[in-house]
Design a protein around this ligand. Structure first.
Ligand SMILES: [Zn+2]
Length: 376
């Protein structure tokens, strides 16, 4: 769907041009949710959080279910483990969620990335101390990476053939996205081989038994399957029935092929339907941990009061080119920014059961995270 994706790119550019966010102000601006929502949804007047649960509510944040906000807000926060402080943990920092589309030997059009560009970016992440986690893990606050390392989410949209396929020996083809991730993990100990694959009905061009064998390989090797609808429509213009047919139809297909459900949904073009609940759950058919948008900034920590699991922004993978203001808003620019501002980046304390933050930042904790918070 390259043409449609181009249109999506234009929507992003238009949002920037309309002054929804001014370059240079964005990174210090805490009020970005509405802007991201506009980019994703194209619904400028829509309230962002009115009908949403509090950030992280209902999440699988360990040990937080019984904490009421009022009690948690006044409870003293325990001291962090010395090792967490030594690692300069900041589990309220930002997490880049990188968005990839087609992966080709040579990029042909906007949004494509070459196999070399993907290899180079993943190698840079590995050498920069990043450890991939999945979209489902981010949305549900299950972040288990070693102390001192930084989570990153790799997402691949549209299940095109360049993302994945198995060779005659049953291994991922080396020139696919999954083959490249596996290679970078082999070359860089500590770089976990995982990604979230947002599927459409074409399923990497695999048919029948190939599709079920392929999806089974991904699940067995720790990859995360996500829903990106059957035919990639703009959900913003569809009835509830059609939205559910698109999302449920893809989900039915995945369940048929794997016996398992997807964890999260990425809206085609980043556009939610008129009522978001149409997409979130259909009894007995699908129920997601989170929703992923397009966007132009890293995601807040899932333990931050700024996190909204129903509207998680992603950053397009691209160099600092002029198009779409990638000089500031695409992956190369953001990874440089986070290298230069390490205090704004999520750094793990190494313990998935605690949320460690430097003293002074604890006011930004989501209420549900306070009971497992630690300060230093
Ligand atoms: Zn897509």
């Amino acid at each position: 769907m390259p043409l449609l994706h181009k249109i999506a790119g234009v929507v992003v550019v238009c949002a920037v041009l309309l002054g929804l966010v001014l370059p240079g102000e964005r990174r210090d601006d805490g009020g970005n949710e509405a802007e991201v929502e506009r980019v994703g949804g194209g619904h400028p007047a829509r309230p962002v959080d009115a009908e949403r649960p509090a950030p992280g509510a209902g999440a699988a944040v360990p040990g937080t279910a019984s904490a009421t906000p009022s009690a948690a807000a006044t409870a003293p926060i325990q001291a962090a483990a010395p090792a967490a402080a030594a690692a300069k943990a900041n589990e309220l920092g930002q997490v880049p969620v990188l968005m990839y589309h087609r992966i080709l030997d040579k990029a042909e059009q906007s949004l494509d990335r070459s196999t070399k560009e993907l290899y180079d970016e993943l190698t840079r992440l590995a050498k920069g101390g990043y450890t991939p986690i999945t979209a489902t893990e981010l949305a549900s606050g299950r972040i288990d990476v070693p102390a001192g390392r930084h989570p990153v989410v790799l997402t691949f949209d549209d299940s095109t053939p360049g993302h994945f396929g198995l060779d005659a020996h049953g291994n991922p083809k080396p020139d696919t996205a999954v083959g490249i991730i596996q290679r970078v993990a082999r070359e860089n100990p500590g770089f976990r081989a995982t990604a979230t694959m947002y599927l459409n009905k074409d399923m990497f061009g695999l048919k029948g038994a190939e599709a079920s064998a392929g999806l089974a390989w991904l699940l067995q090797h720790g990859y995360d399957l996500g829903n990106h609808t059957l035919s990639h429509p703009n959900l913003g213009g569809l009835s509830a029935e059609k939205v559910r047919a698109e999302i449920g139809g893809l989900e039915d297909e995945v369940v048929k092929l794997t016996g398992a459900h997807t964890g999260t949904l990425a809206y085609p073009f980043g556009v939610p339907p008129e009522k978001e609940e149409w997409a979130r759950e259909q009894q007995g058919r699908f129920a997601f941990q989170g929703m992923f948008l397009a966007g132009w900034r890293p995601a807040p920590s899932p333990f931050s009061e700024d996190f909204d699991r129903w509207a998680v922004p992603r950053v397009r993978s691209e160099g600092k080119i002029k198009e779409n203001d990638c000089e500031k808003y695409c992956s190369t620019a953001w990874l440089e920014y986070l290298d230069q501002h390490p205090q704004e980046r999520y750094t793990s304390d190494g313990d998935p059961g605690t949320v460690t933050v430097p003293r002074g930042l604890q006011d930004g904790l989501a209420a549900q995270a306070r009971s497992i918070a630690r300060v230093y």
